[in-house]
Write a protein that binds this ligand. Structure first.
Ligand code: PLP
Length: 340
């Protein structure tokens, strides 16, 4: 069985798989409510905010955030640092928002003061939307807390896609809304959309039940959900959130940084991210031999990813989350270094 060094789903520890592999509890039963309550409590120790968990993946999480927090015709700034930023933009456009795009050079992010100057010029700005960890290029925007301050000072809210960031790429302060998912740094299987909110939904219209966050919020105190939750994904989170808290948030993010630094010290290819913006969950490198490298690694028992969008042919991406070690990183780097 190959080992996954992909940007998610990730290589899961056996303990997580063992927790998942059991009869799903009936979601109205006392045993489910106990598990759900314990997972929500731990999630809220990991990230500052009220946690919601519902069926879906990162895409639905981001769409739910957009539809619950942006109304048609509202002005929103979108920070574009790659492919997933574009998907966030598409979601905003489908919602009918007036999107003002700030695009940075590849591998970089927009400096907060530049954003602030631009944002001040938009009359009645309602939101700033951004990707915290841009999985397509391996770039982390660690100005997220500073950008929250800017948004607050302008009476706008901040909407963050951190599907592949938290809790390995940390956000320590309260952010208005963060959209995430179960199968990357939260270390469970795909199937749960995760939202952390510190401001209430502000949609003026009625949304379908599947993404109506107010419905989830109104039932949360009773550990109930408006429809069937992703029960076995939550079982996985029961283990992984305990694990993350047990080793501590500092250590958990430090492990990812050490892996990233090690990989980048070995690989001779040019990374896309400028060093100061290098993500600790996924590294992306330019190469002329993406397909060959990927096939060769498969033979050696490792799965990594190509680039996406217009980078699909000349970029490789390596995920550094989950049950991998330094030896795996060394093995992967050795194969990569056989090619340019
Ligand atoms: C930053 C980011 N946003 C959104 C998504 C979409 O998530 P999913 O594929 O789980 O729907 C991904 C997936 O890789 C992602 O990395």
């Amino acid at each position: 069985m190959a080992k996954y060094m992909t940007p998610g789903p990730i290589q899961l520890p056996n303990e997580v798989l063992n927790y998942i592999k059991k009869q799903p509890y009936f979601h109205k039963s006392i045993e489910f409510k106990e598990t759900f309550s314990s997972v929500l409590e731990k999630m809220e120790k990991i990230v500052k905010g009220n946690a919601l968990i519902f069926p879906g993946t990162g895409t639905l999480s981001v769409d739910a955030m957009v539809y619950n927090y942006v109304n048609p015709n509202e002005d929103v700034i979108l920070l574009d640092i790659g492919e997933f930023s574009k998907r966030l933009e598409e979601s905003l456009i489908s919602r009918g928002a007036r999107v003002h795009i700030m695009k940075s050079d590849i591998g970089e992010v927009i400096p907060p003061d530049v954003l602030q100057d631009y944002a001040k010029k938009i009359k009645d700005l309602k939101a700033i939307a951004m990707v915290h960890n841009e999985t397509s290029v391996g770039v982390a925007n660690r100005y997220v807390e500073k950008i929250q301050e800017i948004a607050r000072s302008l009476n706008a809210i901040l909407l963050v896609d951190s599907v592949s960031g938290i809790p390995a790429e940390r956000i320590d302060k309260e952010i208005d809304v963060i959209a995430s998912a179960s199968h990357k740094a939260f270390m469970s299987i795909p199937g749960a959309s995760i939202i952390f909110y510190n401001v209430k939904p502000r949609n003026l219209d009625k949304l379908p039940t599947s993404i109506d966050l107010n419905k989830f919020i109104s039932m949360k105190d009773r550990f109930e959900t408006p429809y069937t939750p992703p029960i076995n994904v939550i079982f996985g989170l029961e283990y992984s959130t305990s694990y993350i808290l047990k080793i501590g948030l500092d250590k958990y993010s430090e492990i990812h940084k050490e892996r990233t630094d090690y990989l980048n010290s070995l690989v001779k290819l040019k990374p896309i991210a400028k060093k100061e913006f290098r993500s600790n969950t996924v590294s992306a490198f330019y190469t002329n031999h993406a397909e060959i490298i990927i096939n060769k690694l498969r033979e050696k028992g490792y799965v990594i990813a190509t680039g996406i969008g217009n980078l699909s042919k000349n970029v490789i991406r390596i995920g550094l989350m989950g049950d991998i070690d330094f030896n795996d990183i060394k093995n992967v780097a050795e194969v990569i270094n056989e090619y340019d």
